[in-house]
Write a protein that binds this ligand. Structure first.
Ligand code: TRP
Length: 328
């Protein structure tokens, strides 16, 4: 039996190139090596206010995007968090094992709650990492592919697991982060910042139309503010994209031209745009086809939930017994 991997992604709208090259592409590769369980974490999404119909639509949209990007329901388990109630059940048990102080010290919590009145932020924001720990531990997963920004949350997961094991007996394995060297994609119009859906003009959606891709790449910032020797961040970003989508000889040619200072950025941009379009077109087409068959998406998600639930139920049973919640 291969090692079990778990990861989650929030359904918060647009999936862009940064999400794809930073995470999703990795998920696709991992499904060929491990027993992978992937979850659309809609309970995490409601830690900040959401419009109900938009949240629901975002889940379907994200599922279509992930499938179009290459997640294969024959090779991995893909499901929606709210379809497997064991996550939230375990989350409560773990909440009772977690010190408030440790939650209050989480960087992400501090960032998100900063400047906010304690009476106006939901406790869900504080307890967010416990639910994440429950997501992972309910499957006794050992590997968790995540971005560096999640290391502190994984640390907390390990602490909680250890505390549980010490209190109730050996139950959970040691959890490790899987930090594969993913490409870090920067904002096209502000290349010192990460590509983000909250910076307009900064991103290219995974399902973006070719004309729009051309326009956005054409407008990408290449100039550098300082007269430094280094490659301007916007140019480095174009190279990142080229390396992700073009064959090596194309990359080599532009690298040489850059070194010889004969490079023409208009040509570099054209190459980036055309290779991006070639790489993304099959994804966009699969996405569009899936969106026309919501029944098929729903069937995949409910089969995924069923598979996940089998494991989650058995593990929760064991956990409840250990905690004394089975009384007959
Ligand atoms: N917190 C993660 C993020 O924002 C999403 C997430 C929720 C997750 N549960 C998880 C990631 C479990 C890995 C494992 O990216």
């Amino acid at each position: 039996m291969s090692k079990r991997i778990f990861s989650g992604i929030q359904p918060t709208g647009i999936i862009h190139l940064g999400n794809y090259l930073g995470a999703i592409k990795n998920w696709v590769d991992l499904q060929y090596k491990y027993d992978c369980i992937y979850c659309i974490v809609n309970y995490h999404a409601i830690t900040i206010p959401q419009e109900a119909n938009i949240l629901a639509a975002n889940v379907m949209d994200l599922a279509a995007t992930l499938l179009a990007a290459g997640l294969d329901p024959e090779r991995c388990t893909l499901f929606v968090q709210s379809d497997v109630p064991e996550h939230t059940e375990l989350s409560w048990i773990l909440t009772c094992l977690t010190p408030v102080g440790q939650l209050e010290r989480m960087t992400q919590y501090k960032d998100k709650s900063q400047g906010q009145n304690a009476d106006s932020i939901g406790a869900g924001l504080l307890c967010y990492p416990i639910l994440m720990a429950a997501d992972i531990l309910i499957y006794k997963a050992e590997g968790v592919p995540v971005g560096q920004d999640q290391t502190q949350h994984l640390e907390l997961t390990r602490d909680i697991a250890r505390r549980f094991n010490n209190t109730y007996g050996e139950t959970f394995p040691e959890v490790e982060g899987i930090f594969t060297k993913a490409a870090k994609v920067m904002a096209l119009n502000e290349p010192t910042k990460k590509m983000s859906k909250s910076i307009p003009g900064s991103y290219i959606a995974l399902t973006e139309e070719p004309d729009s891709i051309r326009k956005k790449i054409k407008r990408a910032v290449t100039a550098s503010d300082a007269d430094s020797e280094q490659m301007p961040p916007g140019v480095a970003n174009l190279f990142t994209l080229l390396e992700s989508f073009a064959p090596q000889e194309v990359v080599d040619r532009f690298v040489q031209e850059y070194a010889a200072q004969t490079i023409r950025y208009a040509e570099l941009k054209e190459a980036v745009a055309e290779h991006l379009i070639a790489g993304l077109t099959p994804i966009r087409e699969r996405y569009q086809a899936l969106k026309e068959q919501p029944e098929q998406i729903k069937a995949i998600l409910s089969r995924g939930a069923e598979q996940a639930r089998k494991i989650a139920q058995a593990n929760l049973q064991e956990i409840k017994e250990k905690v004394g919640l089975k009384y007959y």
